[in-house]
Design a protein around this ligand. Structure first.
Ligand SMILES: C[S@@+](CC[C@H](N)C(=O)[O-])C[C@H]1O[C@@H](n2cnc3c(N)ncnc32)[C@H](O)[C@@H]1O
Length: 293
């Protein structure tokens, strides 16, 4: 959809917003739409309540925003897919059906990578199951002198990751490779200083109960981790020792109830000092381990 400037008063916009919420949906979602597609941020929206006569420039006509909102309510399609964008960390990433919408908690995987590699920045790293390429973009920006690999089995995912990397000027620093987990990295055996992965880890029966906005629209390939949710993590742990350089790190995101099982898999894979890390709510959602130096 093309941007088309439009202008109205604060009072008119707030009245429109009330009208849309009467159709249904969550205020936070509508405000997200106004921000990302309309260009009216949350703070600006609050200021309009104090200054309702102020003119509000809109990036798109209200009619277009209304169509997007109606479609979201009717089909439960995520607004990120309808708008084609998702904010994540300080980035704005392209997303489309077929690629997972990056989640806020995954931002912590970047912080964990930064902490683990503080003493020895990685020169070569990989992001397994890159999806939109969110982690690959963030890691490449963290270590501009490094080179990275963004791996995904899904062509649809790489069709978003590749332009996201290019849009941030990282097309030559990060190579996209298609294939299953370690298979596209056979030529990197023993050479990766860091591997991060946010793999599909939701047990199938839990995935089947997810909200329609997720289950019916986001790819099962990105979410469904098999009967116990650990199919992908088993495969990643099993190949880690072969592909990591001495002292190289493997960092994983996992489901809230998998910490002990994931640490056991990392130990079985002969990685040293597997440890668990919490998310912002204190739930153990991440695991880190490394090869012997
Ligand atoms: C939970 S999503 C994570 C996407 C992205 N890294 C993020 O954090 O938003 C898991 C990703 O793993 C990919 N995937 C699933 N099975 C795979 C496999 N066997 N090999 C490589 N990637 C796979 C999916 O296509 C999906 O993009």
């Amino acid at each position: 959809m093309e941007a088309c400037p439009a202008q109205l008063t604060g009072a008119e916009l707030l009245a429109w917003r009330r009208g849309q919420l009467q159709r249904g949906g969550a205020p936070a979602d509508l405000d997200w739409l106004l921000d990302l597609a309309g260009g009216v941020g949350w703070q600006q929206l609050q200021a309009l309540r104090l200054h309702p006569d102020q003119p509000v420039p809109l990036q798109r006509p209200l009619l277009e925003l209304e169509q997007l909102w109606r479609q979201h309510l009717a089909t439960k399609e995520p607004l990120q897919y309808l708008v084609g964008l998702c904010p994540w960390r300080d980035l704005e990433l392209r997303v489309a059906p077929g690629v997972l919408i990056p989640r806020a908690e995954t931002e912590l995987l970047v912080e964990l990578a930064s902490q683990c590699c503080a003493d020895r920045p990685p020169s070569r790293w990989a992001d397994l199951g890159t999806g939109s390429g969110c982690l690959a973009v963030a890691l490449a920006r963290l270590w501009p002198g490094s080179s990275g690999f963004a791996v995904d089995v899904s062509a649809e995912a790489l069709a978003q990751a590749s332009p996201n990397l290019a849009a941030h000027g990282l097309g030559s620093q990060v190579e996209c490779r298609q294939g299953s987990w370690w298979a596209p990295l056979a030529d990197q055996a023993g050479g990766l200083d860091l591997v991060v992965a946010n793999p599909p880890y939701i047990p199938t029966d839990v995935w089947q109960e997810l909200e329609p906005v997720v289950r019916e629209h986001e790819p099962a390939l990105a979410l469904d981790g098999g009967p116990d949710g650990l199919d992908a993590i088993r495969a990643i742990a099993a190949g880690a020792r072969l592909h990591l350089a001495p002292g190289g790190w493997l960092l994983l995101e996992h489901h809230h109830d998998q910490s002990a099982a994931v640490l056991a898999l990392l130990e079985q894979a002969c990685l040293t000092n597997p440890c668990a890390r919490p998310d912002l709510e204190g739930k153990l959602r991440f695991a880190a381990a490394r090869t012997a130096v």
